[in-house]
Design a protein around this ligand. Structure first.
Ligand SMILES: [Fe+2]
Length: 211
């Protein structure tokens, strides 16, 4: 990360933290809090934005890294499922680098990693995608971001949500300034859940707030 993108990162992180501070509960339900968008929202056009980030249409290779399936659902604040929600997600590759011109990390890009998807929730608010566990990366000299996936979630009639999904049992979660700025119930909903019967699948629930 160069100095300019690091500054932008810190600035957007602080805004994310402040927004996170205002997230709240509705009738005892913890809504998914907002979290920093970071400086790497994709800006390079790409045709393939489907639910499988481990391959790119027209290429033979597979992304480097540990493949994982995310089984998600989107609910409203009354825990009713929300169909046709737009779910825009992006993440670093297994080495911890984004496919983005601001990311000047010296670790390699992965030409077979899609890095960005735009999908929709279906019946009962469900969505699925297949990806690799993103690598951790340095946000500053003393701060290493834990593996995470960025989300921008929108549906007419609901507040747009920009957030991040974290991975369970990662030691870096405990030292991450962004995640640790959230309450314990917020952290719980931001960290995907393991499924005993399916070790390569994680569950992730997003709760949106109506306008
Ligand atoms: Fe990030």
């Amino acid at each position: 990360m160069n100095i300019e993108s690091r500054r932008l990162f810190l600035k957007t992180s602080i805004i994310g933290g402040v927004l996170g501070f205002f997230s709240n509960k509705v009738s005892g339900i913890t809504l998914t809090p907002s979290d920093s968008q970071g400086p790497f929202y994709p800006i390079t056009p790409q045709k393939d934005k489907d639910f499988d980030l481990t391959t790119i249409k027209g290429q033979e290779g597979t992304a480097i890294g540990e493949i994982i399936n995310i089984r998600g659902k989107v609910l409203d604040e009354n825990l009713n499922p929300l169909e046709d929600v737009s779910i825009d997600l992006w993440q670093a590759n297994a080495a911890g680098r984004y496919h983005h011109p601001y990311d000047t990390s010296s670790v390699p890009l992965d030409e077979n990693f899609q890095g960005w998807a735009i999908i929709q929730s279906g019946v009962k608010g469900g969505f699925n995608f297949k990806t690799i566990i993103p690598g951790a990366y340095a946000a500053s000299g003393s701060w290493t971001r834990p593996p995470h996936i960025h989300f921008k979630i929108s549906k007419t009639g609901y507040h747009e949500l920009i957030t991040q999904m974290y991975f369970p049992d990662n030691e870096l979660n405990k030292k991450d300034y962004l995640l640790q700025s959230k309450s314990s119930s917020e952290q719980e909903i931001m960290i995907a859940k393991k499924i005993e019967s399916s070790p390569n699948t994680l569950e992730y629930t997003i709760i949106l707030k109506s306008i």
